[in-house]
Ligand binder design. Sequence first.
Ligand code: AMP
Length: 180
Amino acid sequence: MKIILMGIQGSGKSTQGNLLSKKFKIAYLSSGHIFREMAKEKTSWGRYVKETMNAGVLIPDSKTIQIIEEYLKKPEYQIGFILDGFPRTAMQAKEFTHKIDNVFYINISDKEALWRLAYRNDIVREDETIAAIRVRIESFHKYTRPVISHYKRKKLLVEINGQQSIKKVHQDILKHLKVK
Ligand code: AMP
């Protein structure tokens, strides 16, 4: 089972990804998580990733593609994966050649995303300032919308209403899974 989860920051992708991962015993991989780990490295790359993330802008495509492809070669991803946060640009989608079963776009409004992120107090992240969140929302519309169109054309995309309870969103995803 190979799944891609898409959605604006705050849409609940990681919550849903972790639920699916537990249910189907398939590894969950978040590009944001990978970059957050890299941002801790005391190297010039680590510092670059940290600054880029804190500004809310994207890491260059070529580097991102290379890193994700390397990760997906690991044994734990061979039976399948749930990918959160990648691909995020048309170029990433074009270069990513793994055969995907389902792409879920968890849709919430920008207003709801800002509201959820500004008022959530469970996780405090350095890259979650209101300014960075706004840049990320804009970047989603600019760069990630074409990815949605890409998977729509491939008839892989299912849009899920993300403004429902966690349980209902999970159920909606399960209803549309092609491979169980
Ligand atoms: P996220 O947790 O998915 O919101 O990702 C946090 C940050 O990591 C983003 O704001 C980007 O700086 C970087 N990032 C995550 N995924 C990607 C990607 N697919 N392409 C480029 N940058 C990414």
